[in-house]
Design a protein around this ligand. Structure first.
Ligand code: C2E
Ligand code: CA
Ligand code: CA
Ligand code: CA
Length: 279
């Protein structure tokens, strides 16, 4: 038994070491990734269910790692947040997304809002509001064509400062969506006081709602709540016709997911938008 314990310990220690090494290597990479222009944005269309029209583009970051290939955010965003690199990465992200929206408009494409994910670390950072204001001015994007996505967990962290920042953003004129909605909604009893535009139903509920009555109930409740409070309700992770039919029957207005399109690069997105007409 003693030997066994020792082996377990060795195994555990090795696993810890691997994690630390992985973490350090990602951190080192992040340090240089911006300078080397290794980040790119992919865009996923948001689709108006009734008409099939594209109503927006969610910008999602990717890291073209020199050795490891295309990395998705779950492989580096947490480390970027913990190390503080999320601030310059987020600034790059915002600017690039706005610039891209402007480029599409210059190409003669129908103007649509671009949505940018802002993590809690960025939301609590003093420079956020000014950075957004400056970026809009610099890229000459009208504020209404920028949407900020904040997760529900970000919003519930510090109610007072959250409200101040939200109102400052609202005053600029950007749109505000609550991402991953439903994962902690009991604490948002004062939802109507939030100056927000959209609720995005978390994809975990959408995924299971066809087979799980609890999830179906939660989805219906969120849509009902959102419609009553005059928020737009958007569903994430729509993968099947059945899910779409359920959402439409419940009066959800729009959504995104592999059923329509996966996130694609800017060129492919322009093609999607250019060929997108009312059904
Ligand atoms: P999120 O904001 O909830 O984004 C939705 C995620 O679901 C995206 O993953 C998207 O590719 C994926 N997805 C879209 N449709 C479907 C579907 O039909 N089925 C399934 N299973 N998944 C679908 P992605 O791009 O890997 O992003 C993961 C998370 O990383 C995002 O979750 C967001 O929280 C974060 N993130 C992405 N880009 C940024 C960024 O620039 N800054 C910050 N702070 N966070 C970001
Ligand atoms: Ca999002
Ligand atoms: Ca989400
Ligand atoms: Ca479930």
């Amino acid at each position: 038994a003693k030997e066994q314990g020792r082996n377990n310990y060795q195994f555990f220690k090795q696993e810890m070491n691997d994690k630390v090494v992985e973490r350090l290597s990602v951190e080192n990479g992040l340090r240089q990734a911006l300078a080397r222009q290794e980040f790119i944005l992919h865009f996923q269309p948001k689709i108006h269910f009734k008409t099939g029209l594209i109503t927006g583009a969610e910008a999602l970051i990717r890291w073209q790692h020199p050795d490891r290939g295309l990395l998705h955010p779950q492989q580096f965003i947490k480390i970027a947040e913990d190390s503080g690199f999320i601030i310059p990465i987020g600034q790059w992200m915002l600017k690039t997304a706005c610039q891209q929206a402007k480029d599409w408009q210059h190409e003669g494409l129908r103007p649509i809002p671009v949505s940018v994910n802002i993590s809690a670390v960025e939301f609590r950072h003093d420079g956020l509001v000014n950075n957004i204001r400056n970026t809009l001015a610099e890229t000459e994007i009208e504020a209404k064509y920028l949407e900020i996505e904040l997760t529900e967990s970000t919003l519930v962290q510090d109610a007072k400062s959250t409200m101040i920042t939200l109102h400052a953003l609202k005053a600029i004129g950007v749109k505000i969506a609550i991402d991953d909605f439903g994962t902690g909604y009991s604490s948002l009893s004062n939802l109507r006081q939030f100056p927000i535009d959209t609720l995005k139903i978390d994809q975990s509920f959408v995924r299971d709602m066809i087979n799980d009555d609890d999830d179906a109930l939660i989805v219906s409740a969120i849509i009902g709540l959102g419609n009553n409070l005059n928020f737009k309700v958007s569903a994430e992770g729509v993968e099947t016709q059945k899910q779409l039919a359920f959402l439409q029957a419940e009066r959800c207005e729009e959504g995104q997911g592999y059923y329509f399109n996966p996130p694609v690069d800017a060129v492919a997105f322009a093609t999607l938008l250019g060929t997108n007409h009312a059904a």
